[in-house]
Design a protein around this ligand. Structure first.
Ligand SMILES: [Zn+2]
Length: 107
């Protein structure tokens, strides 16, 4: 039997007791398509065809294949979270530390 544990607090997640939550994070470079937009400005029909082709391509690729296809810093992360950690994660998805070091003492 497959046992899951929370990736944040390391506690085992018993599916009989609580729900296992999956967090998927996709990191990928934003494509700056300035050049494409310039070339497409002259021919609007080309833009639609191009998008359709890309859509078909993306649909045919499995998730792993897509990651390999776009091997340019793209990362797909997956975490299992218990319910408590899910709530904590959603409150602060990027793990931003509250800046307690800010003290306005020098006045
Ligand atoms: Zn947890």
């Amino acid at each position: 039997m497959l046992h899951y544990s929370c990736d944040l607090c390391q506690r085992p997640i018993d599916p009989a007791v609580c729900i296992r939550h999956v967090v998927k994070i996709n990191v990928f470079p934003a494509v700056d398509s300035q050049n494409d937009e310039e070339s497409l400005a002259g021919s609007e029909t080309l833009g639609d065809d191009h998008l359709d082709d890309m859509h078909d391509l993306l649909e045919r690729l499995e998730e792993q294949d897509l990651a390999a296809f776009l091997d340019d810093g793209t990362r797909s992360l997956r975490f299992d979270l218990c319910d408590a950690c899910r709530q904590r994660f959603l409150r602060n998805p990027l793990g931003i530390q509250p800046n307690k070091s800010f003290t306005f003492s020098d006045n």
